[in-house]
Design a protein around this ligand. Structure first.
Ligand code: ADP
Ligand code: ZN
Ligand code: ZN
Length: 795
């Protein structure tokens, strides 16, 4: 008999979306485990590709199979629960198994390049020499098979701890430290004229402990330290550095607040369900009601009983304010995962989690895959946020993945929001979720802010500046005189600044996408926000040559300029994609505002989430309408959520807060109910509309998007797909389209969409897999097809 390994190879095609069998060579048997990454020969040329081992098997000796070429890791990168999770996800997420598996490991491990792992410095140097020769030999791939086996045996026996260091040094960051060779140094004569050398000698003899070379360089030049190294007075060694260490150094430990009765009831109820099968919890709590404090207490309990926890927050609210709250309570047990990290930093955090050092993972969407063992709780804050849905393959929703993982671990799943998604709130009504509520602000002095609606139409013709009504300006002036702060939000969704010719009406559009170019004054360019195309700002009309070319739209820049003109005394900070492009810029702006270095924070949606500044007493929404008119059935829901969130930034401490919403649609229910901050009323009204129109949560939805560079082809194919759907799905299923997407062309591709609405349909999965297969046909080579279960974005 031969041992076989089932391998999912990194070749994302329908034909390869299944495990392939490979023989396990005898000398690799010890090191290979479920979840290991391997290199295997694949296809006609036997090209080596990367793959994941997902199972084992046995077969008779005469079976002809190829053999695994190499193991890439000492310890598997995926555990059995994660492999099971991938199986479970495949049923709902219409993308290939390999893309799901790859989503679960840091991208650094997914590259096709050779990144073999070597045993870490945790091995005693002496041992290393005895077993393997010099330390440089320790590249696993460079060891001969005998020695590879020896290493594997030691790992299996738990004799050595293996860590993930890759051959490519970029994957680990090291720092140079020095060691003082005391005896040599003491005996070393230094000439009288070399004053600095003598100083260093004295210094090192006085404090002979090992230290960082950079610290030494603060006081002594590189030249001098080099001299000491060359003379053997100090020796240099490299220490691996955690790239996230900086997060943890400056944060003061903080005590837990004692909970109010509403909060403690919730903590008690949730913690009582840990370790058994339980329904998810939905926590609906108004802004500032102390949800985060509840999360912290639950996690504290989870750690006390020896389990681990994941807390997901939207990318945009992974601000230092938020992460610091976790670090200040749980210190080094926290791992932080967000998109601002470099590949290397992500890899470090992943290793911290995998090794068991980190037990609390705070992160954005993909942190739901964190390789924690023994999970006790998964918490999703702001559970309504659209960013929990990944908009590229694999198109998973973090909420669905969390639900699966919670089941696998018998962990509790807690979804929290001031404005839950309509779907989640409906599930709570149907007792699919436990429903929990926090109805008052946690700080007894903080009151719910008073919200006023300002009808833009009343001020037409009276305004000096287009973004601000005199009413709002007066309120801002009032805050300036009281030395209180103001937050202003420009709702940018569906908006852009563009250039139009007043004579011929020409609008400058992207040559690759059917969308106008956005004006960026900071770089003096016109940019396409879809494909990245840029050009300089036209001085005359490219179409008719006229000079009457004008800039339109209300970017944050324009609003900033207007505000600076009418309130020259105000110190204004601007926060939008342009001012936060640089790493750390986001944090810096918030820090400055927190230190009251500015009176006004003007920004896009970015400022609506999570900010907690006690001196903010006025929040202004410049344009509530823009997100209302989007061709998306969730437009009202999103607008309501955004307005409620941003209103929650006012009056969070002792001083009373006020909110002004400028709008052209004061009668719209989303705006009316945001004014009352009445989520429950909004929920009931929205449900009646969803019911009438047959949208979620009354129906499930699947979106199909077909893209091709030739419009005729994509239309033809879309009708082929429609035919297939009509032929194979039952008559109760409603099919809308094909229609061009609201932005019909991007990246020089035409996009058409079909929306399927259904309540029960046994054949859905098989029909969709059949359609996915269609694009594998060689006649459809250039056709792109996306199947999106419960699409969140219709633009
Ligand atoms: P949410 O996450 O619901 O917006 P937070 O947990 O951020 O609410 O709490 C809002 C404010 O109230 C914070 O400043 C927090 O420190 C404070 N807070 C929360 N819980 C309590 C409590 N039990 N006692 C006193 N203050 C609290
Ligand atoms: Zn023109
Ligand atoms: Zn473009």
């Amino acid at each position: 008999m031969v041992r076989l390994a089932q391998v999912i190879v990194d070749v994302p095609l329908m034909q390869t979306d299944k495990p392939f069998s490979y023989a396990v060579p005898q000398d690799l048997e010890d090191g290979l485990a479920l979840g290991s990454r391997v290199h295997v020969p694949f296809g006609r040329g036997d090209r080596l590709v990367q793959g994941f081992v997902v199972g084992f098997d046995e077969a008779s000796k005469d079976l002809k199979v190829k053999s695994i070429a190499d193991i890439l890791d000492f310890e598997p990168v995926l555990n059995s629960e994660q492999l099971m999770l991938a199986d479970q996800m495949r049923k709902k997420v219409f993308s290939y198994k390999i893309s799901i598996l790859k989503a679960m490991v840091p991208s650094l491990l997914n590259s096709q390049y050779d990144k073999r792992l070597i045993p870490a410095s945790s091995l005693d140097v002496q041992d290393q020499k005895e077993i393997f020769g010099s330390a440089e030999d320790l590249l696993f791939s460079q060891l001969d098979r005998e020695r590879q086996k020896a290493v594997s045996r030691l790992v299996q026996a738990g004799k050595i701890k293996v860590d993930y260091l890759a051959k490519d040094r970029k994957t680990v960051k090291t720092e140079k430290h020095y060691h003082v060779n005391q005896e040599t140094l003491a005996a070393y004569p230094i000439s009288k004229r070399a004053k600095k050398r003598q100083e260093l000698k004295d210094y090192l003899l006085a404090s002979p402990e090992d230290g960082k070379l950079t610290d030494l360089h603060r006081h002594f030049s590189r030249e001098i330290s080099k001299f000491f190294i060359n003379e053997g007075l100090i020796s240099i060694f490299e220490v691996e550095q955690s790239r996230s260490a900086a997060y943890f150094t400056d944060i003061q430990p903080q005590d837990f607040l004692s909970l109010n009765s509403e909060q403690s009831k919730i903590v008690f109820e949730v913690c009582g369900q840990v370790g058994q099968d339980s329904k998810p919890f939905l926590l609906e709590g108004i802004t500032g009601s102390g949800k985060t404090e509840v999360y912290l207490h639950i996690i504290d309990y989870i750690l006390k009983i020896g389990k681990t926890a994941i807390i997901l927050v939207p990318e945009i609210s992974l601000t230092p304010q938020m992460t610091n709250r976790f670090i200040s309570r749980f210190g080094e047990l926290v791992a932080i995962m967000h998109s601002g990290l470099s590949d290397g930093e992500r890899f470090d955090e992943w290793r911290k989690i995998k090794s068991g050092q980190a037990k609390v993972v705070v992160g954005a969407r993909s942190a739901v895959f964190a390789p924690l063992k023994n999970i006790g709780a998964i918490i999703i804050d702001e559970e309504h946020e659209a960013s929990y849905k990944q908009e590229s393959n694999p198109r998973y929703h973090a909420r669905d993945v969390a639900l699966l993982r919670a089941k696998n671990h018998q962990a509790v799943l807690l979804l929290g929001s001031a404005t839950p998604s309509i779907e989640s709130r409906a599930r709570a009504s149907k007792q699919v979720y436990h429903f929990l509520r926090l109805t008052k602000r946690a700080n007894p002095k903080a009151k719910i802010p008073n919200v006023q609606i300002v009808d833009f139409r009343d001020y037409v013709g009276q305004q000096k500046v287009s973004n601000f009504t005199p009413f709002l300006l007066d309120k801002i002036r009032d805050r300036l005189s009281k030395k209180e702060q103001t937050v202003l939000m420009l709702n940018r969704r569906g908006y852009s600044s563009f250039v139009m010719c007043r004579d011929c009406g020409f609008v400058d559009e992207c040559p690759n996408c059917d969308i106008s170019l956005t004006l960026h004054m900071d770089t003096k360019t016109m940019n396409c926000h879809y494909c990245g195309f840029t050009k300089s700002i036209p001085q005359t009309c490219p179409n008719c040559g006229s000079q009457s070319i004008r800039y339109y739209g209300t970017g944050t820049q324009k609003a900033y300029n207007e505000l600076a003109e009418v309130l020259p005394e105000a110190r204004i900070l601007r926060m939008d994609v342009d001012t936060t492009r640089k790493k750390g810029a986001h944090e810096k702006i918030l820090q400055e505002f927190g230190r009251q270095k500015a009176d006004i924070l003007l920004g896009t949606q970015m400022i609506a989430k999570g900010l907690d500044f006690p001196n903010v007493t006025l929040v202004g929404v410049l344009n509530a309408d823009t997100s209302l008119n989007l061709p998306d059935f969730r437009a009202s829901e999103r607008t309501f959520q955004l307005l409620t969130q941003v209103a929650g930034r006012a009056g969070r401490a002792d001083k009373e807060g006020e909110v002004l919403i400028q709008t052209y649609n004061p009668g719209h229910y989303a705006i009316q109910m945001a004014q009352k901050q009445d989520y429950e009323a909004f929920y009931r009204y929205e449900m009646s509309i969803r019911h009438q129109l047959g949208y979620p949560p009354y129906y499930y939805t699947v979106g199909l998007t077909l893209s091709h560079k030739d419009e005729e082809t994509v239309i033809r194919k879309a009708y082929d797909v429609l035919q297939l759907l009509n032929d194979h799905l039952s008559k109760q299923v409603k099919i809308l389209g094909p229609t061009p997407k609201p932005i019909a062309r991007t990246h020089s591709l035409y996009h058409y969409q079909i929306l399927i609405k259904y309540r029960f349909e046994d054949r859905m999965e098989s029909v969709l897999n059949q359609i996915l297969d269609l694009t594998q046909d060689r006649h459809n080579k250039d056709l792109r097809l996306v199947i999106d279960h419960e699409p969140q974005n219709f633009m």
